[in-house]
Ligand binder design. Structure first.
Ligand code: ADP
Length: 168
C-alpha cells in the first residue's frame, strides 16, 4: 500500500524552508500532497491561485508530489483523500505552541490522524513567509530564501499593494 502524506499550509508564498520540508517528507512517503489552504479569514498577500502556481513551479521537476487546495477542516480533506498522516515543519521556539494546539484539535476531530514534525536545515530555521514579505517590502535581497519566480511575483504584488496603499 502506498504511504501518502499531506503537507498543509498557507504558502504565502512558498519559501526554501517549505521546499526543505517537502524534500524531507518525500524520503518517508510514496506520495506527498501539498494542501494549500484557501481559508478566507487568514489574510494573504497572494491569491490562492498564485500560491498554487508558485508551488507548482517550485516542484515541477519533482516526482511523487502534487499540489491541491483545500477549504474547511483539514481532517475532512484528509478523510476525502483517505490519508491519515499530516506533516508540518518545526522551526525555532515560535512554532511549538501553535502546532501543539493544532495536533490536539485535529486529534479531537479525528483520532485517526497523526502529525509528523520535521526540522529544516539550520539556514531556514528562522525563515517564514512573513519574514520574506517584510524583507521584500523593504527592498531587501530575498534570493537566499525563495526561488527567482517567487521573488519576482512578490515584488510585483508589493509594488501594486503600495500603489493602492494596502498593507501586507
Ligand atoms: P500555516 O499558515 O499553516 O502555518 P505556512 O505556509 O506558514 O502555513 O507553513 C506551512 C508549514 O510549513 C508549517 O508547518 C510551517 O511550520 C512550515 N514551515 C514554514 N516555513 C518553514 C521553514 N522555514 N522551515 C521549516 N518549516 C517551515
Amino acid at each position: 500500500m502506498k504511504r501518502v502524506i499531506v503537507y498543509p499550509g498557507s504558502f504565502d508564498p512558498v519559501t526554501y524552508g517549505h521546499l526543505d520540508i517537502i524534500k524531507r517528507a518525500l524520503k518517508i512517503c510514496d506520495q506527498l500532497i501539498i494542501a494549500v489552504s484557501s481559508n478566507p479569514t487568514k489574510k494573504s498577500l497572494l491569491s490562492l491561485r498564485e500560491r498554487i502556481l508558485l508551488l507548482k513551479e517550485t516542484i515541477k521537476e519533482m516526482k511523487d508530489v502534487r499540489v491541491e487546495e483545500f477549504d474547511g477542516l483539514l481532517v475532512d480533506f484528509l478523510k476525502r483523500k483517505g490519508v491519515r498522516i499530516i506533516i508540518r515543519g518545526l522551526r525555532a521556539v515560535s512554532d511549538f505552541e501553535y502546532e501543539f494546539q493544532m495536533v490536539l484539535a485535529n486529534r479531537k476531530l479525528d483520532e485517526k490522524t497523526e502529525t509528523i514534525f520535521m526540522m529544516p536545515t539550520e539556514a531556514y530555521f528562522y525563515l517564514s513567509s512573513s519574514l520574506v514579505k517584510e524583507l521584500a517590502g523593504l527592498g531587501a535581497d530575498i534570493s537566499r530564501y525563495v526561488p527567482k519566480f517567487v521573488e519576482e511575483k512578490l515584488k510585483e504584488k508589493i509594488s501594486h499593494a503600495k500603489s493602492q496603499k494596502k498593507t501586507f
